[in-house]
Ligand binder design. Structure first.
Ligand code: FPP
Length: 239
């Protein structure tokens, strides 16, 4: 259940955009920006308990990102492996439970094994729930969920008449998560780019100009303060 907006968001989802431009402005290759972005991931995760953010979901790699150059894709995959390797112990010690969403089929086995291990290692943690979207696309997620749902119908485990808006989310990758209260996109682009399409039906959006590698906990705090000032009605009329 979402908290009262005055209390701040319980679940924040972030589209981390602007790494490439941040690097370009410094005359450096795009991967330099992604490495700087990974450091920010660490800072923002660390800041969550202080801001009373229980769930953080970050968009690390989309189903569309495979269209980037082979060098960039390979560099990002290596960065994800390095992040898991370097951060696992610290995440465990800080009480962070890590889970991944997205289609793992196209990811290489070594990375998938590391993802599985990190999920297992942190499964008893409950201070912060970090969800990393890797090879994730909202439409792809709904299509995969529908496939599983149709299979359950075929097997007689689910009757079509019982399918409603509480049934489908149980088949989504995010079945273990509450809906996001706030979706932030950095770098000045006002698009949702296939991120958490179903789950964000009632989320507040904040599109901010800051590039992801400049998104410090201080910037995060300002965005969270802005959320608290908003009036969320979930389709109802305020009395
Ligand atoms: C978008 O910026 C960013 C990505 C596609 C990758 C996000 C990855 C990270 C922040 C790296 C670390 C993540 C983890 C989980 C360790 P862009 O490259 O599209 O930037 P641009 O729009 O300026 O080109």
């Amino acid at each position: 259940m979402a908290k009262d907006s005055k209390a701040g968001p319980n679940h924040v989802a972030i589209i981390m955009d602007g790494n490439g431009r941040w690097a370009q402005m410094r005359g450096r290759p795009r991967l330099f920006g992604h490495h700087a972005g990974a450091k920010r991931v660490r800072d923002i995760v660390e800041s969550c308990p202080g801001f009373d953010v229980k769930y953080l979901t970050i968009f690390a790699f989309s189903t569309e990102n495979w269209k980037r150059t082979q060098t960039e894709v390979a560099g990002l995959m290596k960065l994800f492996r390095r992040y898991i390797q370097r951060e696992a112990r610290d995440l465990l010690a800080r009480g962070v439970r890590v889970r991944f969403i997205g289609d793992r089929v196209r990811l290489d086995d070594k990375l998938v094994n590391m993802m599985d291990e990190l999920e297992l290692l942190t499964r008893d943690n409950d201070k912060v729930h970090l969800t990393i979207a890797l090879n994730y696309g909202g439409r792809d997620e709904v299509a995969r969920a529908t496939k599983r749902l149709a299979y359950d119908v075929e097997q007689g485990r689910l009757a079509p008449k019982d399918i409603d808006d509480e049934t489908l989310p149980k088949y989504l990758d995010t079945c273990f998560l509450p809906d996001p209260d706030l979706v932030i996109r950095t770098s000045g682009e006002a698009r949702i780019s296939n991120f958490l399409l179903w789950q964000s039906a009632y989320a507040e959006y904040d599109f901010i100009d800051t590039l992801w590698p400049d998104f410090t906990p201080a910037v995060f705090e300002k965005v969270l303060d802005g959320f608290k000032a908003r009036d969320r009605r979930f389709g109802a009329v305020k009395v």
